[in-house]
Design a protein around this ligand. Structure first.
Ligand SMILES: C[S@@+](CC[C@H](N)C(=O)[O-])C[C@H]1O[C@@H](n2cnc3c(N)ncnc32)[C@H](O)[C@@H]1O
Length: 292
């Protein structure tokens, strides 16, 4: 999960609909069980905005960096499946997987509604130990979902398993949020926005609260307020995410069998080789990894 400032297209709906900051409510304790990901409709309303431009960017990367024709795409942590359906409509065979059974169920229904069940499939699996059917030409992983893997061993294990599921020279494109030199910079980001769809209004606040340098974690609080056809509910939870440094990304991808062959900023422009990428210099960078 990433912040929602200045992200092109992907968070356009949210940017247009920003509300006043809601933030943490005094006296309330956040839960840590990520209820948000068990509520796929609300997730999709508030985070599932138009990603068409990003999918076009992926297609450009496939052409530019893949050594063979790209036909089969894998999407770990696929969430509500909006990328999968767009890629499926573009003619790719797509397999996505997610830890949350309700996300999987929602995505499966979405695939069926789109008439893509023959070429697009979704599975329930964990990035830490997924065993995947068949071989893929590329894999994609967006919006810092990889940061739900916190320990070096599980991150390397995920890269190794994904490399095994790719053809020789296959690509893994990952979008990550890197740490800022100074948490105070990130601390100022307290994003609140609301989106309404078909009588359901979801307001969310995504608020980084601190860095834990020792455990390499970025602690974020998420508040979500829902009005579902007049029925109100409210959720408040903590997300502990891996606090990425560029050095760690290089080290862990390499240990997992990949080389970083290119990086891009959130506007899809190349980042020159040799740049030290941080959260201060680049929001939401993409790393193009090639299986060695
Ligand atoms: C921020 S959402 C991103 C979903 C989708 N990629 C998107 O861009 O909308 C993160 C997703 O990661 C999933 N997730 C978290 N930990 C996971 C794990 N260990 N294995 C598989 N999926 C996981 C959550 O259930 C959630 O759907």
């Amino acid at each position: 999960m990433t912040r929602t400032t200045s992200k092109p297209d992907k968070h356009a709906a949210e940017s247009k609909a920003k509300t006043a900051s809601r933030g943490k409510k005094p006296g309330r304790k956040p839960t840590e069980d990520h209820v948000f990901y068990q509520l796929p409709l609300y997730y999709d309303i508030v985070f599932g905005s138009d990603v068409l431009a990003e999918v076009e960017f992926y297609k450009r990367l496939f052409k530019e960096f893949s050594t063979g024709k790209v036909r089969r795409v894998l999407e770990p942590a696929c969430g509500s499946g909006h990328y999968m359906v767009l890629l499926g409509k573009a003619g790719f065979h797509v397999t996505g997987y997610d830890l949350s059974p309700s996300m999987v169920e929602y995505t499966r229904a979405r695939i069926e509604r789109a008439g893509l069940s023959k070429t697009v499939q979704v599975l329930e699996a964990d990035m830490r130990n997924a065993t995947l059917p068949g071989k893929f030409d590329v894999a994609i992983n967006q919006i810092n979902s990889l940061a739900y893997l916190k320990e070096d061993e599980e991150i390397v294990g995920h890269f190794k398993a994904t490399a095994d599921a790719l053809v020789d020279g296959g690509l893994y494109i990952v979008e990550l949020t890197l740490r800022c030199a100074d948490f105070e910079k990130e601390h100022k980001v307290d994003e609140s926005w609301a989106v309404e769809r078909d009588g359901v209004r979801v307001a969310a606040t995504w608020k980084p609260v601190r860095y834990d340098f020792e455990k390499k974690l970025r602690i974020v609080e998420l508040t979500m307020v829902v009005d579902d056809h007049g029925k109100h509910s409210e959720y408040f939870e903590t997300h502990e995410l891996r606090l990425w440094t560029h050095e760690d990304i290089k080290r862990l991808t390499h240990a997992g069998g990949f080389d970083i062959i290119a990086s891009f900023d959130c506007k899809f422009n190349p980042i020159p080789d040799g740049t030290c990428i941080t959260g201060d210099t680049h929001e939401f960078p993409y790393f193009v990894l090639r299986k060695r």
